[in-house]
Design a protein around this ligand. Structure first.
Ligand code: NAP
Length: 254
């Protein structure tokens, strides 16, 4: 009974940015729960290696798509290829994202536009392109990976916070509009998780500051997102929609 709540057999999950970090760990968790998996990134070799780990021993099917989500046309093509190859997408995990740090009076137009395109527009496009076929089956799950910086911020994080707060905003609308077809939409707001992104961007004094904010006394690991995504991607989360699940080691209690 309990296992059945989380069982994703027969479902197809699209996890954007599944080639490393949080995305890879979530894709691995979804495959272990029985889902077939589509991932994308800009690097074919990295994806092929990641997919072996994601599927390892599960017997599930996987497909990798080279798609640069800074480009609108690639995002649309990703949705179409996922459908063409797998025949359906039941679960969308909008995970691909990045951070570009600028003080508000020094934001460069190109960086701002790229960040909005990847972190906010791509999730909208994928839901726009894929919600129709979810409606036909009267079942769907949308999980948007936001950030604690949707609720909190820090110098230089203006553009990032804006994209993630925007994602939380549209998640609530997705939840309202798609509920009649048994489609839920939720966000996850991670705190500091050790990944290639944060290993690159959070160093020195900034790392000390992050450490001081973590109530649980440690950084998160990508695997800490597996339980949360399985809850929101399965029947276990049927009555949860429009919410943001904070997974931040207690940061936002400070
Ligand atoms: N790590 C944290 O502490 C943390 C905290 C809060 C929220 N988040 C959010 O969690 C998500 C994943 O973060 P992460 O730390 O796991 O990042 P990561 O280690 O840098 O991985 C990001 C993934 O997204 C892909 N990606 C990046 N830019 C892309 C583009 N233009 N087109 C297609 N794919 C792209 C990357 O592949 P390629 O670069 O090879 O294309 C990679 O697969 C992001 O949305 C991030 O904002 C992370």
């Amino acid at each position: 009974m309990i296992q059945k709540l989380f069982d994703l057999s027969g479902k197809v999950a699209l996890v954007t940015g599944g080639s490393k970090g949080i995305g890879q760990a979530m894709a691995q968790g979804l495959a272990a729960a029985g889902a077939d998996i589509v991932i994308n990134s800009r690097n074919r070799d990295e994806m092929d290696t990641a997919m072996k780990t994601i599927l390892g021993g599960t017997g599930r099917k996987g497909h990798c798509v080279v798609a640069d989500l800074f480009k609108r046309s690639d995002t649309v093509a990703l949705a179409r290829e996922a459908l063409d190859v797998m025949g359906r997408v039941d679960i969308i995990v909008n995970n691909a994202g990045t951070n570009i740090v600028y003080p508000v009076d020094k934001i460069e137009d190109e960086g701002w536009d790229r960040l909005i395109e990847l972190n906010l527009t791509a999730p909208m496009v994928l839901v726009r392109e894929l919600a129709g076929q979810m409606k036909e089956r009267k079942w769907g799950r949308i999980v948007n990976i936001a950030s604690m910086f949707a609720m909190r911020t820090k110098g230089g994080r203006g553009p990032y916070s804006a994209t993630k707060a925007g994602l939380v905003g549209i998640t609530k609308t997705m939840a309202q509009e798609l509920a009649p077809w048994n489609i839920t939409a939720n966000a996850i707001a991670p705190g500091p998780i050790s990944t290639p992104l944060t290993d690159r961007l959070v160093q020195g004094e900034l790392r000390d500051y992050f450490n001081s904010m973590l109530v649980v006394g440690r950084w998160g690991k990508p695997e800490d997102l597996v339980g949360p995504v399985l809850l929101l991607a399965s029947n276990a989360g049927s009555f949860i929609t429009g919410t943001t699940l904070t997974v931040d080691g207690g940061w936002t209690t400070r």
